[in-house]
Ligand binder design. Structure first.
Ligand SMILES: [Zn+2]
Ligand SMILES: [Zn+2]
Length: 94
């Protein structure tokens, strides 16, 4: 895990990213905290890193960026594609 904000990799293809875009939405409700059901957890999503090609696809809406919130993933990917944990990325609706 790197915290570098200068360089990153495209969330779709892994190439060195050229663009940072705002995600379709900035927060995601994760539901209630298992240890305190009166408290619901909302996470703040990071910027989406995209290479030039995928940036253009994203801007022309050919590419829909989704999110996998499984603990082992918590990454962006193309909606409909399978993430590393085997579950598909889900669309982030506004
Ligand atoms: Zn890419
Ligand atoms: Zn996953």
């Amino acid at each position: 895990m790197s915290d570098s904000v200068v360089a990153g990799n495209c969330v779709i293809c892994g190439h060195v990213s050229a663009m940072t875009v705002d995600p379709p939405r900035r927060t995601l409700a994760r539901g209630t905290d298992p240890s305190d059901s009166s408290y619901s957890v909302t996470i703040v999503l990071p910027d989406v890193l995209l290479c030039g090609d995928h940036y253009h696809q994203f801007m022309s809406k050919e590419l829909v960026v989704g999110w996998c919130d499984e603990e082992s993933c918590r990454t962006y990917g193309a909606v409909g594609a399978l993430s590393a944990c085997g579950k598909p990325f889900v669309a982030l609706k506004r």
